[in-house]
Design a protein around this ligand. Structure first.
Ligand SMILES: N[C@@H](CCC(=O)N[C@@H](CS)C(=O)NCC(=O)O)C(=O)O
Length: 154
């Protein structure tokens, strides 16, 4: 029987999006539970469902799993979307780790950095992002001149 997936995430477009996209790309059914930031205290209190008190959390047949990129790689492997050879997996990892770096910098700056330091921090993120997207562009160009996918053909 197919596993039952429950994706818990904020009613927002951020770390949970790639997980949703993988489910849609694979055509696999999943349930989604969406939360607002106001729900965070309740989420923190429920250690069984939310081991780290963070979102996204993915339940697979009632067992909770955390860390968006670990979840992503697991699902991509399960749905046969994680590259057809080691070179493709390397390119996928290069992209994912780079995005994760930018994501982490962005969220730390947005939510934590004191206001007066924010602008400078955003400038650094912008510089890193421009450089990263240049690299993604090159990966895309190398793959069939960017006609379809960043890596491989699905
Ligand atoms: N490294 C984790 C970070 C998860 C994370 O920080 N999620 C945010 C929402 S996007 C959250 O739950 N923040 C509340 C908190 O950490 O208290 C991942 O990639 O899943």
């Amino acid at each position: 029987m197919a596993p039952k997936y429950v994706h818990h995430y904020l009613d927002a477009s951020a770390r949970g999006d790639p997980i949703r996209i993988v489910f849609y790309a694979a055509g696999v059914e999943f349930e989604e539970k969406l939360y607002t930031f106001a729900c965070m205290p309740k989420i923190k209190a429920d250690e069984k469902t939310f081991p780290l008190g963070q979102l996204p959390t993915l339940e697979i047949d009632g067992e909770s799993h955390v860390q968006s990129h670990a979840i992503l790689r697991y699902l991509e492997n399960e749905f046969n979307l994680y590259g057809m050879c080691n070179k493709q997996k390397l390119a996928i990892d290069e992209i994912l780790y780079t995005l994760q770096n930018i994501e982490d910098q962005f969220f730390t700056t947005y939510f934590i950095t004191p206001k007066d330091q924010r602008e400078e921090s955003f400038r650094k993120i912008h510089g890193d992002a421009v450089r990263a997207y240049k690299m993604f562009e090159e990966i895309l160009q190398k793959n069939n001149y960017g006609k379809d996918y960043l890596v491989g053909n699905k």
